[in-house]
Design a protein around this ligand. Structure first.
Ligand code: MN
Length: 313
């Protein structure tokens, strides 16, 4: 593990930087990566963003979004540094194989154990974007509107637009600086929260699958393959059930393809990172996820059992 100032020195010394983040990318992953790309370019460096996955359309308002490269397994890219953001280095798809460079890993996931020498993890940061905000300061790169828009979105999405327990005064101070350079929160919300009629309709169908379990302390929505395919995004679905009175853990299960399900969990108190880790996933105390290689019905029962057991302890 290294200090953030060491990370700043490593980046300052590099000329060509490839930036990546986790597969199944969210607002913090994409926002942090694009903020870094923009800031590094402003500092006169060569920088690109590679993500080995489809990109969520609701983030396409971010400056630099259209420059994101989806690498091909056979591509060969050399760089001085591969900057891995918002995840440990195990969730970046083929980027590991494609890019040959020294790895620098910056993350805020408590489950990141720092396998690489140059790893900086601050699990108290609400978002990786919050760390990047500090990093740019340490590098002496002034915040411009493009980076600020990206960082704002990263912090906003990882804090549920500043309402989760990870929202700290430090987060809001960083956000205030973003607003000072011109970020318009209403415009970002309007764009990113916008959903097609079909998606809202699918949300209604998804909410219809709701089940309360663990004596009402947990609620889940369970999307089989058909419902999962229908939903262009499931962003915000889980927020509709985590508000239920008496519910500590909310879970959303998606069946990506037969035999592979993805769960996201949110909690008000219980450590869901532990539950996610028991499935080989990870995350934060109050927000975590994992992939479960089981058919829909079995995955659903396994998840219900694991959450019920955790809540009984
Ligand atoms: Mn994050």
């Amino acid at each position: 593990m290294i200090e953030l100032k060491d990370a700043a020195e490593i980046l300052k010394a590099a000329k060509k930087i490839a930036v990546t983040a986790h597969v199944n990318p969210d607002g913090d992953a994409i926002g942090s990566a694009l903020a870094m790309m923009n800031a590094l370019k402003n500092a006169g460096k060569e920088a690109s963003v590679l993500i080995d996955d489809e990109l969520p359309r609701h983030l396409s308002c971010l400056p630099g979004f259209n420059e994101i490269i989806r690498p091909n397994e056979n591509d060969k890219i050399t760089a001085d540094i591969l900057l891995v953001l918002d995840t440990a280095t195990d969730r970046i798809g083929c980027v590991n194989k494609v890019v040959s460079a020294k790895i620098l890993n910056i993350d805020h996931h408590i489950t990141n154990k720092g396998e690489h020498e140059s790893t900086y993890v601050d699990a108290t940061a609400a978002a990786t974007a919050e760390i990047i905000f500090d990093l740019l300061k340490l590098m002496g790169i002034s915040l411009d509107i493009n980076s600020a828009n990206c960082l704002y979105l990263g912090m906003a999405t990882d804090t549920g637009f500043f309402k989760y327990a990870n929202t700290k005064s430090r987060t809001l101070r960083a956000v205030a600086d973003c607003l000072d350079v011109g970020v318009k929160p209403n415009e970002i919300s309007e764009f990113t929260e916008q959903k097609s009629f079909e998606t809202v309709h699918t949300m209604v169908l998804a909410l219809n699958t709701i089940e309360l379990f663990a004596n009402g302390k947990a609620a889940g929505i369970f999307l089989d393959e058909e419902l999962t395919n229908k939903a262009e995004t499931t962003e915000g679905f889980i927020d509709q059930i985590r508000i239920i009175e008496g519910v500590d853990i909310a879970v959303l299960l998606k069946c990506k393809k037969s035999g592979e399900c993805r769960i996201s969990m949110r909690s008000k108190g219980k450590d869901v990172a532990k539950i996610a880790e028991s499935f080989g996933g990870g995350g934060h105390v109050r927000a975590a996820g994992a992939t479960i290689k089981l058919p829909f019905e079995e995955a659903k029962q396994t998840v219900i059992n694991a959450i019920t057991k955790a809540l009984d302890n």
